[in-house]
Design a protein around this ligand. Sequence first.
Ligand SMILES: [Zn+2]
Length: 202
Amino acid sequence: MWYKHLLGTMPDRDLAEMIGVNVIAVRNARCCRGIPCVRAGVWKRPPLDVRFWAKVDKSGDCWLWTASTDTRGYGKIGDNGRTLVATRVSWFLEHGEWPTLFVCHHCDNPRCVRPSHLFEGTARDNAQDCKRKGRHLTKEKGAGVWARGTRCSRAVMTEATVKEARDMRAAGATYIAIANHLGVSKRTAFDVTNRRTWAWCN
Ligand SMILES: [Zn+2]
C-alpha cells in the first residue's frame, strides 16, 4: 500500500478523502480497523473539551448541541467507551468537577449546553421545574398521560403546522412537498397527515 506510511497519522476519514479512496479501504489497511492505534502512528483522539465544543452551535442565545441526542433530546458524547450527557460535560468543563445533582435548564431547551443557562438541582427541583413548565405526566385522561403537542419537549410541529400539513395533503400535495415546505422529515409529514401522530389535534 503506497500510503501505508500515512496510516494513523490522521483520522481515517480525512486520509481517505486526501488520497481519494473509500474509507473502508483505509480501515482495512490498518492493523486495528478504525481504532486509533499506537502501532499505526501518532494520531490521537482530540481531548474531550475540543470534541465537545466542536459540536456546539454558539450562534444563538442558547448554545445548541448539534450531534446525537437521546430520546429525550439531551445531547450525548462518547468518551473512553462511556456515553456522557452533554449538559453534564458542559458543567464539568465550566466548573472542573462533575455535577453531583441533576443539571437543569433555565431556558427549558434540552439541546442547550450554555453554562450560564444551566443550574444544578435535586431530583425534586427538576421535577418541580418540569411541572411548572407543563412537561410532566398529567392525569387529564386516566393515569399517567404524557404531555402532548408543543408541551412535549421533542415536538417539531405546532398545532398550526399540523393543520397546514393536513390541508396541503387534502389538496393533493405529496409528503415530500409537505416536508420541504415545513422543514420536517418525510416521515413526520406522513405520520402527521395520517394521524399517526397528533391524532387528537383537529
Ligand atoms: Zn439555553
